[in-house]
Write a protein that binds this ligand. Sequence first.
Ligand SMILES: Nc1ncnc2c1ncn2[C@@H]1O[C@H](COP(=O)(O)OP(=O)(O)O)[C@@H](O)[C@H]1O
Ligand SMILES: [Mg+2]
Length: 335
Amino acid sequence: MNRAEKNLENLPWVEKYRPSSLDEVYGQPDIVNTVRKFVAEGKLPHLLFYGPPGTGKTSTIIALAKEIYGKNYSNMVLELNASDDRGIDVVRNQIKDFASTRQIFSKGFKLIILDEADAMTNAAQNALRRIIEKYTKNTRFCILANYAYKLTPALLSRCTRFRFQPIAIDALERRMNNVVLQEHLNIGQEAKDALLKVSKGDMRRIMNVLQASKSSVDTADGEITREIIYECCGICRPEDVQKILKSILEDDFGTAYLTLKQICQAKGLASIDIIEELVALLECYELKNERTRQETLVCLSEIEYSISKGCNNKIVQSAIIGAIKTAFEHETASA
Ligand SMILES: Nc1ncnc2c1ncn2[C@@H]1O[C@H](COP(=O)(O)OP(=O)(O)O)[C@@H](O)[C@H]1O
Ligand SMILES: [Mg+2]
């Protein structure tokens, strides 16, 4: 094993398996084709990539830049992370230094990648708008963000926007199987399905959970089970949520409270995780009276809000039980 390979071995899998070319970007074919066309026509506009985490925004622009510049990458591309330093002065100076030095040997645009731009203050974004205008002659900007609404309209209107969707299951699965093969993982279909489901289209999560699961099996070829996947995600298993809901609906308050508390303790779950899973379960739960669902969801959303304000956990757990029990009174009334 040479030194480069050894370094690769020590990397977290999210880096080790970061796409090295646009062909390795999974599940975003339209975006990849469009940006490729821009490059082929030599008409790269300022770009804005936005969408949920782990969908390939950073990977796509880096792969694109590698495709354009090849060996010249480090001379022609400036990567800035806007959340490192929210003030604009640092960004402005770095951009100015980078953009104003002319390339003698290579022609074409320089590329400035501004990651996590939605972490910038409004004032900084406004300053950025002027910087973009000033350096458009020899630079292109690519702005990356999770939420487009956190960017100022002036900035938005200067970029061609691409929304990154959560990655589709089949693309996630292809990439996952790829990594499973390369890492010689022993993982069954049931565990894979669980992982695909909990990832919710986030490839970074798949990589992280796979790596964590691998280190939590004892032997090198030990099987990664569905249990391990749920444990590594810190997510409630569907059976456990069903058990909690059943107990709330059928048992008295004290018993239901104990069940909820025990499951939370045993699995190391927070009330917020339970609420999330309960909501997912209740969304498709078969009911006689739609009012039951509406009331439950409204109450659970209020409890979720109070958790974010720092409500006592014991009160939250009781409130969950109370909310569901009260709302389900319509069910028995209409039966
Ligand atoms: N579309 C994708 N195709 C292949 N791998 C991906 C994709 N999206 C994310 N990944 C994986 O997840 C990691 C994080 O991706 P990244 O591009 O940084 O996501 P984002 O910037 O959208 O949050 C990458 O290193 C890569 O391993
Ligand atoms: Mg990113």
